[in-house]
Each structure stands twice: as structure tokens, then as C-alpha cells.
Design a protein around this ligand. Sequence first.
Ligand SMILES: Nc1ncnc2c1ncn2[C@@H]1O[C@H](COP(=O)(O)OP(=O)(O)OP(=O)(O)O)[C@@H](O)[C@H]1O
Ligand SMILES: [Mg+2]
Length: 201
Amino acid sequence: MHVELEHVGHRFNRSAWLFRDLSLSLHPDRLYALTGPSGSGKSTLLSIVSGHVSPAVGWVRRIGVSRVQWVFQNPFGDPRRSVLDLVCLPLLSLGMPRRDARIAAATLLDEFGLAEHAMSRFSTLSGGQAQRLMLARAISAQPDLLLVDEPTAQLDSQTAETVIGALGRLVSRGAIVVVATHDERTVRACTDSIELMRSTR
Ligand SMILES: Nc1ncnc2c1ncn2[C@@H]1O[C@H](COP(=O)(O)OP(=O)(O)OP(=O)(O)O)[C@@H](O)[C@H]1O
Ligand SMILES: [Mg+2]
């Protein structure tokens, strides 16, 4: 399993190129930091790697990748659903029995420091809690390829360590993980880095 980008470039309409001629391979067991100044195109590149956006030029090939999860920079979810439900749903859709799904979801929530909010509605969470929940949910879907946008931006250093640890565990189970981040500590925890430059517009 791997992801290949060949001569990928992107710009919106006729604006300046965000990035051009980007060729790289993404492999399992690696944790990639995607860095670059605000507006350099990190979130855009994640949307291209995930397959939701086609690059203006170049090719992206996801070889042997069957499950892709993308955790957005700004979390959103059904405001009325409980935290536990939101993490259970991907497990149920993988065919796990309800009882087992609830146990697995509760374990994940505990890992992300959200156990005490299991029965809360999504709308009552803080920004950092909501983003951790979206990450827990994405991990519960057992992705081969996980793209995470600024997972530690809203977190204190101890909670950020928890999130980085969870990403590391997913990587060690054979996933490809790419993290767009401005956070130096997160960059240091990654095994590889992909750096975008400031746009020339
Ligand atoms: N759908 C869109 N249509 C037009 N322009 C867009 C669209 N999405 C992003 N852009 C522009 O592309 C540029 C790159 O945006 P992007 O969100 O990828 O940057 P980023 O590196 O993730 O920034 P940040 O660090 O602030 O999250 C920005 O100038 C943005 O305004
Ligand atoms: Mg972004």
C-alpha cells in the first residue's frame, strides 16, 4: 500500500500556484508532517491526497488504500448526537456488534481524555475537545490513510502529547498518516516532513 503524487500542482481559478511539481511517495509506518506558512496550501494538499479535490495538474495514485479518513481543521458534527454515538457509528458500519462497538468507542474516548464527556452532545464540547473527538472517530474507522489538519493547534501541551501518541499508535498498526501542522513539537514527533513554501502571489 502506498500513495504516489507525481508532478502535482494546484491553484484556484486563475490565482497564483499554491504549489507546483510536487512528487512524493507516502508509505505505511511513517508519520508525515505537512508544514508551511498559513495560506501555503496545506489543507488544500490534504484534500487532494484524500481524493476529494483533483489537482489542477499532476496525478495522485492511492495504491492498495481502501479506507481514507480526513479530519478537518474546523471540526463539525451532528450537534445533537452524543460523543459516544459519534465514535460508535464507524465501528457499527464496519460490522461490529453494538455492545462491542460501545466498549471499543469508550476505550478510544478514554485514550483521548474524553471519557467524562461520553454522554454529552457534540454541541457542548470545546473546540479542542471537538477536534479530539473527530480524530477518535476517524481512528475508529480503522483507516489505511489518515489525514489530520492541525490536530494540536487548540491543545495544551499534555493533551497534545496524548494526540501525538494516538497518531503514533495508528502508524505502528500500518497506516499512512499525514499531519498538517504549525506546531514544532508535533513536527518533531513525525518521522518525515513535507514543506510547502509561501505562495508567490
Ligand atoms: N475552495 C477554495 N477556493 C478558492 N480559494 C481557496 C479555496 N480553498 C483555499 N483557497 C485559498 O488557497 C490558499 C491556501 O489555503 P489552505 O487552506 O490550503 O492553506 P493552509 O496552508 O492550510 O493555511 P492555514 O495554515 O491557515 O490553515 C488560501 O489563500 C485560500 O484562501
Ligand atoms: Mg489549513
